[in-house]
Design a protein around this ligand. Sequence first.
Ligand SMILES: Cc1cc2nc3c(=O)[nH]c(=O)nc-3n(C[C@H](O)[C@H](O)[C@H](O)COP(=O)(O)O)c2cc1C
Length: 126
Amino acid sequence: MAKIEGVCREVCEASEYVAIVTNGPDGPHLAGHWGNYMRIVEPGEVAVFPVGRFQRTEQNLRADDRIQLMVASRKVQGTRSPGQGCVIAGAGEVLAEGEYVDLVREKFPWARGALVVRVESVSTQL
Ligand SMILES: Cc1cc2nc3c(=O)[nH]c(=O)nc-3n(C[C@H](O)[C@H](O)[C@H](O)COP(=O)(O)O)c2cc1C
């Protein structure tokens, strides 16, 4: 299993928002989240978000668990210039109970559940 570590972890910590792509019956579905709402656990192998809405994302993941996240920040140095972006791909599911839901509810008591992404690959873009 791949891990969110090194430069990609720095980008996750600095990213203002996260773009979240799943596969729906009509094609790709794009959702978003705040970067500082993402929790990286199981040292870097799992990313967890609090979920309020995300109904379509949840539906999509039930049929096809592939998910991609994009994070980016100008504050992290890229290969040639300031700014780095990372794509995190993996398998996702929305859980309504369990340790990850308890984790997100510590800070976000409104969460109906947790979007859990098990990381399979991590790549930089810049
Ligand atoms: C920057 C950003 C932050 C968001 N933060 C939250 C959030 O904290 N909780 C939430 O449930 N939705 C949040 N959303 C909204 C979801 O992305 C939105 O509800 C999206 O349509 C997912 O729902 P769907 O899967 O049903 O389309 C945020 C969106 C953006 C762009």
